[in-house]
Each structure stands twice: as structure tokens, then as C-alpha cells.
Design a binder for this molecule. Structure first.
Ligand code: COA
Length: 416
């Protein structure tokens, strides 16, 4: 099977999560991704949170599958020379160093464009160019705070809260992948490369757009009717944290199921979709609510929505989260069990679809990782193990025309 990105050569100058998530996605779809790492140490995540001594940490293996690893000290003149050769024959360079690091290394956008005018140079930074914080180094949680996610996540009586989903890191990487693919299509038309930049703050905010919607509604009308604060609580002039309330026009909440007293995840998410009110009443055995004016419309239900949720919890008390969803799905009610990582890891449907895959690794044995969440009719992305540090150094250097002696010399000066 020919993969759509076959023939696209990518210099992967990324580390930690945001950049590697982007290049991993492109590698799954067939790009030749060469990860450039510092000799001796490599990507810092190789060593972070190790569960097996002397083997690359899962943090690294789960973000760097399907890539090659080239060790190269790009601060040494000999290393710079190798990088320049690689740049001349690559389609894309992706990096997520701290602000200014690439320039300090001698590879500014202007220099890169001079070396290869067709190359796309893609960067992740914490803040966009010209932003008053554009000199800041940024990690996931910093971005969640800067992008509006933290101030709007959690409960109103608790502090701003971070989401477990990598909204700052992997999400930014996904945005960057879209930018790179767009620039590649653009290059087909113009013959020119370009600079693609994505900031973590912007990417978080892009996913928080409904909260920006709510800020404007709040300023206009003074309240937000789908938030738990309405109609009994107070609103200030900023979007509050809404706990587990649904973000759209459909109220919802996390509800207790059988066993919640001992199992912290014995819950379902229940959505009261407006047009599903009749089936909800039928499913709950409350047919009298269907035409009751106090329950009939979303507007009538909102003032006592938590009493309604409490009634649903009574109904859920003798049902596990899975039993409850099996009943509710027959009534077309949008709901799901709150699934744990253990349940997801063992989910047969996710295994069958390739969303969770087992990958053999030279040092770790087999490990579990995520596969492509994007499914195609003509492509089944195959996930292969992340490379060992420098595993492909000789191969890449040979492909650039270096002889065995020259490779030996580069090793002697610790440039590779
Ligand atoms: N050979 C030689 N030097 C190398 C190298 C190589 N192969 N690879 C990296 N380096 C150098 C860089 O040139 C830089 O040197 P300098 O600061 O002296 O100019 C240094 O290693 C790495 O710098 P930096 O990226 O700033 O690393 P850090 O560990 O201090 O910061 C981050 C980590 C993630 C905070 C920072 O990279 C960052 O803010 N990145 C942008 C936002 C981002 O992607 N964050 C999320 C990561 S999940």
C-alpha cells in the first residue's frame, strides 16, 4: 500500500511532546521522519519517568514511533555541516525549541530558506511571534493557563484546574500537522516553502472557543443559562468554572452509578438533549414528566435541573455504568460510561480499530501505545517502534553520501 506522505522527508528537530506528537502523526501516514537528537542524551523524555531501567521511557516511545533517530551535535561545525546537507534535501523541518534557540544555532528562517527555498519550516512556541510573552518557555500546564482552559475548568468553589488531556502539547502538535500539510499543498502550487508557526496558547484557545462565546454572551445578558450558577447563583463579569455542565445547549452532568461509594469511576455522563426528553422520561419510568409544564421544556427544567439529575441518580443506583448505558442507548440518549485508562487499554473495540496498539520494541519488549485516531478507507497506518538513540545515524549519514571513514571522523569529534 502506498502511503500518502511517502517521499516527504522531515527533519524532526522536536522534543518532549508538542513537536513529537506532530511528526509522529506524519510518520504514521508515510513521511520519512528523521529525529535529530543530541549525542549521548537525546530527547529528554527518553529518560523521564522510566519504568524499566536502561530502556527508553514510555513517554518517549509513545511519541516517537515510526521515526528514525540521527544523533547530531548541531552546535559543532561538523554537525552543522551534516544538518545543512540534510536541509538541502528535505521537505520539512519541524522544531519546538525554546524561543530563539534555532537562531542561536545559526539556522534562522532566512538561513534555512536560503539553504532550501522549497523547505517548510514548522515551529511550536508557547506564544506567537510578537506576543508580549514570546520570550517565555512553556510546558503543557502553562499553556492551559495562558489559553483560557484552566480558568474555565473545574468547580466554581475550587481553583483553576488543568485538564488531563494534552491541550497544550499534543493538541498544538495536531494544529502544526495541519499547518504543514497545508504548506505542502501550497508548495505544489507555488514551488516555494514557507514558515508555519503555531503557538500553544493559540491552540488551547482554539479549543476553548465556546468559552469565548460565553464571555460575550455574559457581557451582553449578564448570565449563562446552561451553567450550574443559573438561576440561583451569582455571575461576575468573567466566564465561571462550570463543573461538569454541558458546554452547549444540552445540559449534562456526571452521575453516580452502582458502586460509586468504592469505585471512583462508577459514573456515567448523561446528556439531557432537548428533543430526547420524551425517551428520557420513558427510560427513567417517569412518563408523567413528558407533558408536565415544570419539565416539558429546557427552560422550565433548568431551574431544577439538579433535582432532575438526582432523580436520574436514584434510577442509576442499582445499575453499573455499563448496564445503565446499555439501557439508555436503546432510547437514543447521548451518554457514556466514565472509562478508566485500564478499561480503555483493554477495550476490544479500540484494539480492533487500531486506536490502541501493541508494538514490539528492541529493549522494552512489547508496549501499548495509541495508534492513529484518523481512519482512512485506503490507508491503515501501521505503528512501528520508536528508534533507539542514534539507531539510524549510519544509515542517514550514508544516504547523505558520507563514507565509513567520514562517519568515523564525525564520531571522533563527537559530532554524531
Ligand atoms: N545539538 C546541540 N544542541 C542542541 C541540540 C543538538 N542536537 N538539540 C537541542 N540543542 C540545544 C538548543 O540549541 C538549545 O541551546 P541554547 O539554549 O543554548 O540555544 C538547547 O539545546 C535546548 O533548548 P530548549 O529548547 O530551550 O530546552 P529547555 O529544556 O530549556 O526547554 C521547553 C524545554 C519545552 C520549555 C522549550 O523547548 C520550549 O519552550 N519549547 C517551545 C514550546 C514547547 O514546545 N513546549 C512544549 C514541549 S512539550
Amino acid at each position: 500500500m502506498t502511503k500518502p506522505l511517502e517521499g516527504i522527508k522531515i527533519i524532526d528537530f522536536t522534543h518532549v511532546q508538542a513537536g513529537p506528537a506532530c511528526t509522529q502523526l506524519l510518520a504514521w501516514f508515510g513521511a520519512d521522519v528523521i529525529k535529530v537528537e543530541r549525542p549521548g542524551s537525546g530527547d529528554v523524555t527518553r529518560n523521564q519517568l522510566r519504568d524499566i531501567p536502561d530502556a527508553d521511557a514510555l513517554y518517549f516511545t509513545m511519541l516517537n514511533s515510526n521515526k528514525k533517530s540521527l544523533t547530531l551535535d548541531t552546535k559543532k561545525p561538523e554537525g552543522k555541516e551534516v544538518l545543512e546537507k540534510l536541509i538541502r534535501e528535505s521537505d520539512v523541518l519541524v522544531e519546538n525549541f525554546g524561543p530563539g534557540a534555532l537562531d542561536r544555532m545559526g539556522f534562522s528562517w532566512e538561513r534555512l530558506n536560503e539553504l532550501n527555498p522549497k523547505m517548510i519550516v514548522a515551529s511550536v512556541k508557547g506564544f506567537s511571534d510578537g506576543h508580549h510573552y514570546d520570550d517565555l518557555k512553556v510546558y503543557e500546564n502553562v499553556a492551559q493557563c495562558a489559553g483560557g482552559a484552566a480558568s474555565t475548568t473545574g468547580f466554581w468553589d475550587g481553583p483553576p484546574t488543568i485538564s488531563a488531556a494534552a491541550l497544550g502539547d499534543s493538541n498544538t502538535g495536531m494544529h502544526l500537522a495541519i499547518g504543514i500539510l497545508t504548506a505542502l499543498l501550497g508548495r505544489d502550487k507555488t514551488g516555494k516553502g514557507q514558515k508555519v508557526a503555531v503557538s500553544m496558547q493559540d491552540s488551547v484557545l482554539n479549543l476553548c472557543r465556546v468559552k469565548l462565546r460565553d464571555q460575550q454572551r455574559l457581557e451582553r445578558v449578564g448570565y449563562l443559562e446552561e451553567y450550574p450558577q443559573y438561576p440561583h447563583g451569582e455571575f461576575s463579569d468573567v466566564v465561571p468554572r462550570g463543573g461538569n455542565a454541558g458546554g452547549g445547549g444540552q445540559p449534562g452532568w456526571v452521575l453516580k452509578c452502582k458502586g460509586w461509594e468504592t469505585d471512583p469511576n462508577a459514573y456515567i455522563y448523561f446528556t439531557i438533549q432537548g428533543h430526547a426528553w420524551e425517551p428520557i422520561c420513558k427510560a427513567l419510568g417517569k412518563p408523567e414528566w413528558i407533558d408536565d409544564p415544570a419539565y416539558k421544556t429546557a427552560e422550565a427544567r433548568q431551574p431544577h435541573i439538579f433535582e432532575i439529575f438526582a432523580t436520574i441518580e436514584e434510577w442509576l443506583a442499582d445499575k453499573t455504568k455499563f448496564e445503565a448505558v446499555d439501557i439508555l442507548r436503546k432510547f437514543d440518549i447521548p451518554c457514556a460510561p466514565v472509562l478508566t485508562m485500564k478499561e480503555l487499554a483493554n477495550d476490544p473495540s479500540l484494539r480492533a480499530s487500531g486506536t490502541i496498539v501493541e508494538v514490539p520494541h528492541k529493549k522494552r519488549g512489547t508496549y501499548l501505545t495509541v495508534g492513529s485516531p484518523i481512519k482512512f478507507s485506503d490507508l491503515k497506518p501501521e505503528v512501528t517502534a520508536s528508534p533507539l538513540l542514534g539507531e539510524h545515524t549510519d544509515e542517514v549519514l550514508a544516504s547523505l553520501g558520507y563514507s565509513q571513514q567520514e562517519i568515523f571522523n564525525l564520531r571522533e569529534v563527537k559530532a554524531v
